[in-house]
Design a protein. Structure first.
Length: 479
């Protein structure tokens, strides 16, 4: 690659708090601003150059109020650093990922998005040569900015609309064989987020009857918080599904990479339950396929995958970590409790909630059963929700180390691939340090109320012994 020498200009110092494990994210006007976007562009150019990756980058942004100005400065920083930029406009994150596979030569991209976070927050998700930029890569970007040695040369900037190509792709891969005999009624809730326009165009091309609520992009998210993993954000969708007599409801987060699903009775299908539906479908065509699920996933998912002839892999929580593991294992499918679902059988292996929605509809069209009937047949357990226990950044990882030692002394069966997950005849419990918030994440599952209480009590006593300053009342309520 022919490149002009790096030229020392102004140094830039990102607030260390915004350099997260999976992305760069902060509060706009507080610890994140347009200068950060500009110098991220310049730093990303050097990052690509150092790795001998072509200086061609796709840029997209979500519907937050601060996103257009951040996109403008990011594009400027990139183009002033010899990067050829394709601006794809306001799109959900999966469309940005798609662009890096669809546009010839453009294998890297930056999405400006605050994802499911509050309206005043924003950030950047990055891919380089189809690989997630996270962890040490993000630290490296910070170091490049500090050194202040950037590429001083102009790159071309183009604008393109990729939505039509994206929709054609996902519809072609998910055309049902039974849509004439069966008509589904679906309510969609893009939550005033970046997926709004794509969803409105999508439903015009799908069989069945469709209604879109909260379908206008609004960065203040006036209807409800754009996070479909929280039941309170699904109340409006549940009401609409019941009122319309719909077969199901589908919800998205702010940037369209996480899915939430409601059946005709208003019951929520959580991430691991959806993964079971996708896994059974996949394994009907691909015996022995590898399927990855994160550590917060129900044990019945792993058992079901094995029963259906697949190979189950338990892995760390985090979309970047999951995508990396999928490539290493050549896995065809992966999912997280958070609603990220990754398809690689006939797709690109990234998390795409819109693809997940259309694949679910295909499954329902090709199955004689309704989603409600499928839900009723899923193996059931009793579990806590995802409990978050406030804890300082400095202390949370040390607590996990101490829990590990304590559990080992008790002779418990431990999996410490991401935090501590303990299995026994009653079920399992998990405690892990969040990589995105100052808290511990806890989940407990059993086959009975008594078993759940026993497991919660065991974990409660371990945590209380190790750190008595923690507020364990959310966990204690299940004892």
């Amino acid at each position: 690659m022919i490149m002009k020498a790096l030229k020392e200009t102004a140094k830039h110092f990102f607030d260390q708090e915004i350099l997260r494990k999976y992305d760069i994210r902060g509060t706009f006007g507080k610890n994140l601003n347009e200068a950060d976007a500009y110098y991220l562009g310049k730093s990303f150019a050097v990052f690509l150059h150092n790795k001998n990756i072509p200086l061609k980058v796709c840029v997209g942004y979500d519907g937050r109020i601060s996103s257009p100005s951040l996109e403008k400065e990011l594009t400027e920083g990139l183009s002033e650093s010899n990067v050829e930029v394709v601006r794809i406009g306001l799109v959900p994150t999966p469309v940005l990922y798609f662009a890096t596979h669809h546009i010839p030569g453009f294998v890297s991209g930056i999405m400006i998005t605050g994802s499911h976070n509050p309206p005043d927050q924003n950030g950047f998700k990055m891919v380089a040569d189809h690989a997630s930029v996270f962890d040490r890569d993000i630290s490296e970007l910070g170091e490049i900015a500090k050194r202040g040695k950037f590429i001083d040369s102009s790159g071309e900037v183009k604008t393109t609309n990729i939505i039509e190509a994206y929709l054609s792709k996902i519809i072609k891969l998910n055309t049902p064989s039974n849509s004439i005999l069966k008509k589904l009624k679906v309510v969609w809730d893009p939550a005033n987020g970046a997926a709004c326009e794509v969803i409105k165009q999508l439903v015009e091309r799908l069989p069945g009857e469709h209604k879109v609520i909260n379908g206008k992009v609004d960065g203040t998210f006036p209807s409800h918080h754009a996070d479909p993993t929280q039941p309170e954000n699904l109340v409006q969708l549940i009401d609409e599904v019941k009122k319309e007599g719909a077969d199901l409801g589908i919800a998205f987060d702010g940037d369209g990479d996480r899915i939430g699903v409601i059946d005709s009775e208003g019951r929520i299908l959580y991430g691991d339950q959806l993964l079971m539906i996708y896994a059974k479908d996949l394994l009907s065509r691909n015996k022995n396929a590898k399927i990855i699920a994160d550590v917060k996933t129900s044990q019945v998912v792993f058992e079901s995958i094995r029963n259906w002839g697949g190979e189950d892999i338990l892995w760390k929580t985090g979309h970047s970590l999951i995508k990396q593991k999928m490539k290493e294992e050549n896995a065809m499918l992966a999912g997280e409790m958070s609603g990220h679902v990754f398809f690689a059988e006939d797709y690109y292996g990234y998390d795409d909630a819109i693809f997940a929605a259309v694949r679910l509809l295909k499954i329902l069209y090709d199955d004689e059963k309704s989603l409600t009937e499928i839900y009723d047949e899923l193996p059931k357990t009793i579990s806590t929700p995802e409990i978050r226990i406030e804890c300082t950044e400095k202390r949370k990882f040390k607590i996990i180390d101490e829990v590990t030692l304590y559990a080992e002394k008790l002779g418990l069966s431990i999996n410490n691939i991401d935090g501590v997950r303990v299995n026994n005849d009653l079920g399992w419990w998990l405690v892990r340090a969040s990589n995105t918030q100052n808290c511990l994440v806890v989940r407990v599952e059993s086959f009975s109320e008594a078993g759940l209480s026993t497991l919660c009590k065991e974990l409660f006593e371990i945590l209380e012994t190790i750190e008595n300053s923690l507020d364990l009342s959310p966990l204690g309520s299940f004892i």
